[in-house]
Design a protein around this ligand. Structure first.
Ligand SMILES: Nc1ncnc2c1ncn2[C@@H]1O[C@H](COP(=O)(O)OP(=O)(O)OP(=O)(O)O)[C@@H](O)[C@H]1O
Ligand SMILES: [Mg+2]
Length: 333
């Protein structure tokens, strides 16, 4: 399951305002990718372009041999069924119960009977822990529950690509941790292709296989998690480590005088923090798209910051990973 999406030279503008240009990246099938960037850099616009809700000015979005950025409306309608989207605000219909919200895509896009629909809706609602909440209205539940209902709705058509726009915004740390685990488990189970937009540094550091960063109208970097977490590129370094020091200021870019002041005060970006181990599915197995900890760093001659790949219980995943790999019978792969 899962399909690859290859974005090539994509440019989006609204009138004269260019949001981003010449974005090229590949979301490999089954992988979890995270997209980062300061507010207003066009992350939501990027997700909306991927599903064809916005049409880019230039470039291509290749899926299954079709160019979603330049195809007919009919083809677009067909390709959209490959996607499940969790929108930034959940985007539930306020006057419909959670059950009817989750059932909506099935009633809209399939000819399934109400009995079949019921089975699917209940399965997905149980998956996100909302088995008993079907009769509630979106206005009667917490933000975290609304997110999970939005996720259940994104899943009902068994999508091959799932886009998450800030699934963790407005959630408390415990709920964010639970949601991250749910996302990793879902990926392990469905092996769909995932793209997550987030501002949560912990999510960005521990969940994805690949990370991308949008800044100043371009994709500054896109690649394996270890590449970005060990990067010296000032914007990437500042963002992924949540530092005040660096090119990004309150109004997105610091001006020259601010940067000079910073430099004259002798502030330096400091040492990179340890790279955490990647979050595993809760059944303790490996996802097929995971890479051994430290592999990218070793291949590129980069030394991991001290303390990298050690979990809260003190286990070093450079040693633990091969054992797990052996146990899951993928050692020959
Ligand atoms: N339909 C639209 N018409 C015109 N401009 C738009 C439209 N949608 C978004 N924009 C503009 O595109 C820019 C990027 O918006 P977007 O919502 O993608 O940012 P974002 O990176 O998702 O920010 P945040 O992290 O705050 O969610 C903004 O300047 C916004 O005003
Ligand atoms: Mg957004």
């Amino acid at each position: 399951m899962g399909v690859e999406i290859a974005v090539e030279g994509l440019t989006k503008a609204f009138g004269k305002q260019v949001i981003w240009e010449d974005v090229t990246l590949t979301l490999p099938e089954g992988k979890i990718s995270v997209l980062l960037g300061p507010s207003g850099t066009g992350k939501s616009v990027f997700l909306k372009s991927l599903v064809g809700l916005l049409r880019p000015e230039r470039g291509h979005i290749w899926i299954d041999g079709h160019d979603l950025a330049n195809c007919s409306e009919n083809k677009l309608y067909e390709l959209r069924r490959l996607f499940g989207v969790l929108f930034q605000d959940g985007a539930l219909f306020g006057s419909l119960s959670l059950y009817d919200n989750v059932a909506f895509p099935l009633r809209e896009h399939t000819r399934k009977s109400e009995r079949e629909i019921r089975d699917i809706v209940m399965e997905k609602m149980e998956l996100v822990g909302l088995g008993d909440a079907g009769a509630k209205l979106p206005g009667e539940i917490s933000g975290g529950m609304r997110k999970r209902a939005g996720l259940a709705r994104a899943l009902v058509l068994d999508p091959e690509i799932i886009l998450f726009d800030e699934p963790d915004s407005g959630l408390d740390p415990v709920r964010t941790a639970n949601l991250n685990q749910l996302i990793v488990d879902l990926n392990a189970e469905t092996q769909a292709t995932f793209l997550i937009v987030t501002h949560d540094i912990n999510t960005a550091r521990t969940v994805p296989d690949d990370i991308g960063m949008l800044y100043r109208r371009e994709l500054v970097m896109f690649g394996p998690r270890e590449m970005l977490l060990s990067s010296d590129e000032p914007v990437v370094r500042q963002f992924l480590n949540a530092r005040r020091h660096g090119p990004i200021g309150m109004s997105e870019e610091k001006d020259v005088s601010e940067l000079e002041a910073e430099a004259s005060m002798g502030q330096d970006p400091g040492r990179l923090p340890p790279i955490p181990p990647q979050l595993l599915p809760s059944d303790g197995r490996l996802r097929p798209t995971m890479r051994p900890p430290g592999e990218w760093l070793a291949r590129h001659g980069v030394t991991a910051p001290p303390g990298s790949f050690v979990d809260d219980e003190g286990r070093d995943w450079v040693e633990e990973y091969p054992k797990l790999l052996m146990a899951s019978g993928r050692s020959r792969g």
